[in-house]
Design a protein around this ligand. Structure first.
Ligand SMILES: NC(=O)c1ccc[n+]([C@@H]2O[C@H](COP(=O)([O-])OP(=O)(O)OC[C@H]3O[C@@H](n4cnc5c(N)ncnc54)[C@H](OP(=O)(O)O)[C@@H]3O)[C@@H](O)[C@H]2O)c1
Length: 343
């Protein structure tokens, strides 16, 4: 292996977390940067995507992806620029996204990297509305949820990356949208900035009543990002033939024991409803289709791409924790540099 005269700053997994992650679950270290081999590219990362799913990858045992081994670089998506290429499809200076890991430099197989146009949209959008969160919202709503114009959509985790795209896409599709989020400020953001029709603060002691008022005629599609007690409340508000889209269950990811299932599941029977989970990677072949449509809506000002950016690689553990503390609004990212910034 040929190494280059550069140092790679990295976060590796130091321990399997119990409950909410701690700084000591990770280790910061430096490693040599190796030169790319035939068919590979070397990427200098600019932005790292911080995702709730990271928490489940840190557990032992198999989920929809292998768990990360102790000592391995934390798995992460991200975006950056090619600094060396051993593949004819990529040139030095190309902007790319891919599974770069929580580190400064990444070697990627060229076939697994995606070239993006950082002149037509900011690089950060490709990790948000024009990337996995946007695709999750798009296919979750339109394919799994079979959304139709004029329907009522309820979405939890509504001020986060996936949730804010869900609500905005549903508005473009002519639906009534109700968002569930933690705290009055996020609720105000949903109605005043993103154009949702109503927002419900799930931290309010009156959440059940507030949800009943906001969804007084029932819900056709419930897009569930959080699971737990909120899923049960949503199940009580279904309309006949409702669809519940299981995107994630962020309220359960720090559980030390297996969480309980929904108590209200008989609502599915009563309302002839359907609940279906999905993993966005199954739609990979159709990402270009979703990106083209989302790009058009973004350029037309019909949807917004809002990111919450921590300003150094060192902030990674606290940035991940922010997702579970509800401290982020929009897509959580870690920035490594604006071209030439410090790590
Ligand atoms: N199925 C797929 O293929 C796929 C792909 C990508 C993401 N996802 C899922 O989509 C969901 C959202 O991901 P994201 O990246 O967009 O994250 P995000 O919504 O930007 O961040 C997580 C949000 O979850 C909320 N939250 C945290 N703890 C909570 C709790 N105990 N109860 C209720 N809400 C809680 C917080 O908002 P509040 O302040 O409102 O609490 C926080 O901002 C996750 O479940 C993720 O796993 C699924």
């Amino acid at each position: 292996m040929t190494t280059l005269d550069m140092k790679n700053n990295q976060w590796t997994l130091a321990a399997r977390p119990v409950g909410l992650i701690k700084d000591t679950d990770f280790k910061h270290s430096t490693a040599p940067v190796s030169a790319p081999k035939e068919g590979q590219i070397l990427v200098r990362n600019s932005l790292i995507s911080v995702d709730p799913a990271m928490r489940s990858w840190m557990n032992e045992g198999k989920s929809y992806m292998e768990s990360i081994r102790i000592g391995d670089v934390m798995r992460a998506g991200g975006a950056g620029y090619v600094v060396q290429s051993q593949d004819s499809r990529f040139s030095v200076g190309d902007a790319v996204t891919g599974a770069v890991g929580v580190q400064e430099y990444a070697i990627l197989e060229a076939k697994d990297a995606t070239k993006v146009d950082a002149t037509s949209a900011p690089l950060s959008s490709y990790l948000n509305v024009l990337g996995i969160p946007g695709f999750t919202a798009y296919f979750g709503l339109l394919e799994v949820g079979q959304l139709k114009q004029g329907e009522t959509v309820l979405v939890s985790g509504a001020a986060g990356a996936v949730g804010s795209s869900v609500g905005q896409i549903a508005k473009v599709k002519g639906c009534r949208v109700v968002g569930i989020a933690g705290g009055p400020e996020k609720c105000k953001y949903l109605t005043e900035t993103l154009g949702f029709d109503a927002a419900v603060d799930y931290k309010s002691p009156d959440v059940r009543k507030l949800l009943a008022v906001a969804c007084k005629d029932g819900v056709d599609v419930y897009f569930d990002n959080v699971g737990g007690a909120i899923l049960d409340l949503a199940l009580a508000r279904l309309r006949p033939r409702a669809r519940i889209v299981l995107s994630g269950a962020v309220s359960q990811y720090n559980n030390t024991e297996r969480g309980e299932g929904p108590k209200n599941y008989m609502a599915l029977l009563m309302f002839r409803a359907r609940m279906e989970g999905f993993v966005i990677f199954d739609y990979e072949a159709r990402y270009p289709e979703a990106q083209a449509q989302l790009r058009e809506w973004l350029a037309a000002g019909k949807i917004k791409s809002h990111e919450d950016i921590a300003d150094s690689l060192m902030a990674f553990p606290s940035a991940l924790r922010r997702l579970f503390e509800g401290a982020n609004t929009g897509k959580m990212l870690v920035k490594l540099r604006d071209g030439a910034g410090a790590v």
